[in-house]
Structures are given as structure tokens and as C-alpha cells.
Design a binder for this molecule. Sequence first.
Ligand code: HEC
Length: 126
Amino acid sequence: MRLALATVALILAATPALAADVVAGETVFQQCKQCHRVGVGATNFYGPVLNGLIGRKAGAVPGYKYSQALENSAIVWDQAALSKYLKEPRHEVPGVAMTFPGLKNQTDIDNVIAYISQFRRDGGKD
Ligand code: HEC
């Protein structure tokens, strides 16, 4: 009985947390949406399209005119690099053209990365 309860508690603890990350991340992404698009059919907007971001070199979306600062940075977007960048974009990449002050809350940062990471290069989800 105790084992069964523990198992239920474990499942309850694990499942919503995973779902909440992406759902909460979609809400955080509202702040990015004025400049960025993701998903099927998404294209460059005021900022570059964010499909297929993880593992991509910074400043590499064809047809988007990046700043020299971002293009010349040696960043490859992974969890750690995004986490630092999204906290203070203009501190992380001096001269970056993204006029967004950054996200102060680490949970928001983690959630928005989880949300964006779902989108493959073609805009579909894994
Ligand atoms: C006011 C517009 C604006 C907002 C809001 C904004 N961005 Fe950006 N973002 C840009 C621009 C412009 C660039 C290109 C910067 C450059 O070329 O220096 C960029 C670049 C990026 C890049 C680098 C992409 C690449 O191809 O290397 C990432 C990642 C990114 N933004 C994520 C976000 C996320 C996540 C948010 C929301 C938390 C956000 N941005 C909010 C305008 C914005």
C-alpha cells in the first residue's frame, strides 16, 4: 500500500511538471512573439525564426540580416547558452540587435527554452 501511494505520488510529481514546462513556456513566449515566430510556416519576422534553434550556430538563419555582433559570436545554441543569453542578451552579446532586456526569472527561462526546443527545423514538433 505504501509503495503504491509512493508510486502514485511519483507519477503525479513527474507528469504535470513536464507538461507545465512547455505550457508555461508558451505563455512566456508571448513576450518574444512581437519579434519571433515558431511553428509550421513560421518565417523570419522582426527577429529570426526560432525553429530548429537547439544545436544551431548563432546568426545562421538564411535570409535574415543579423548584426555583426551575433554573427561573429562563437555561440552554438544549447540549453546553457540560451539560458545565459535570455537572462541578459545585451550583456551576453554586446552589440546584439535584440532590444529585449531579458528574463529575470530562471523558471521562465527554463520554460521558454523547453517550449522553443520542441520545434524542429521544419516547424513540426518531435
Ligand atoms: C523587440 C524584439 C525582440 C524580442 C521581444 C525578442 N527578440 Fe530575440 N531577437 C531579436 C532580434 C532583432 C534578433 C537578432 C539579433 C541580431 O542580429 O543581433 C534576435 C535574436 C534572437 C536569438 C538568436 C537567434 C539566432 O538565429 O541566432 C534568440 C535565440 C532569440 N532572439 C530568442 C528570443 C526569445 C526566447 C525571446 C523572448 C524571451 C526574444 N528573443 C525576444 C528581437 C527580439
